[in-house]
Design a binder for this molecule. Sequence first.
Ligand SMILES: [Zn+2]
Length: 409
Amino acid sequence: MRHVCFWLLAALAVAGSAEAWAAAGAGQGNKTVVAADVAVEVEGSQTRFKVTLSEKVTVQTRLMERPDRLIVDLPEVAFHLPANIGRKREGLIASYRYGLFAPGRSRVVMDLAQPAVVSAIRTEPSALSGAAILVIELTRVDREEFRKAAAESAAETGKAASGRAVAEAATDKRPVIVLDPGHGGVDPGANALTGAFEKEIVLSFAQLLKKRLEAQGQYRVVMTRDQDAFISLGDRVRAARAAHADLFISIHADSISGGQEVRGLTVYTGSERASDADSAQLADRENKADAVAGIDSADGPDEVMDILQDLTLRETRSFSHRFATRLVGELDSVARLNKNPRREAGFRVLRAYDVPSVLVELGYLSSKQDLDLLMSDEWRGKAITAMSVAIDRFFATRLVRQGAAAVLP
Ligand SMILES: [Zn+2]
């Protein structure tokens, strides 16, 4: 589903601790592991990151450069930590954030204040009965050594990535559609009068759409999330690019302060200039999803595009427009559309420069009528049929174009 990541096993990277580490992984059962506390200790050139866990786990670490980060992957962990934890600099750690990263996997990302490597990982007994303290020890190194360690991490990742999933993807020539249910995990999105959350409504809609598209057999369908997990905006875009997506559809159902009378389905495409003030506001709100999740810009600032990527983005956007218009055309007869159903705004999630991308607002949870439709199987069935017809037509014309381009000089 996501960009297939295989992380350097910390156990292999940490001399002398492999045995302790193998033992550490043995106790993982099916119940959720809870992280009850995090403490950071600074001592000379070392910083120790200590997590109190309800049981021992196996972790994998990876260093990344620019910005300098340490990624720690764990099995699924429920983080019961104070809301503002991880925001201030302590020793080598400038800040850190955490959350559910993918089904069954959690992740801690530390921004490093200075270049550092993992010099030890161990599990210590905790004063709490049955609990264990995971200790990740960082040691300050110079830039050169850090660069080498980060490159080794990346090489290990690359080697492992020649797995079966990748091989399968390479032989599967069908167009790839990435469905992106908005929000998730700690970010619930808008909430409806009924108490339902946007994140749940859009996930079930996306799952139905996936089922329908897969039943046709012509597409490979990838979801950015298929459970209630938080995915940063940057990771959604990266998932689309890593899957070599031919089409990216982000699915939302927001609310608006305008009240009950504002309603209807809207299809957005990305643009630096918003088509209207409401769209600009909505994009602003959506772009704060990472912050809502207690994460300050989960991936650092947006990656800066070079001039070729910028040109590609423009070309791609013409495909995005074409698909959005088709989508509105197909949905017109079955769904209640917004009074202005084709809009544009600067959504961060629509910035995969080489993947045609749209964001569909299925309706407004602030409208009782929209909510009733969204909850109805009949409406969902019709909307999904219309969307799959629009998708078929989009690919039918694209593939003809591509075929034509291939035979022309
Ligand atoms: Zn949303």
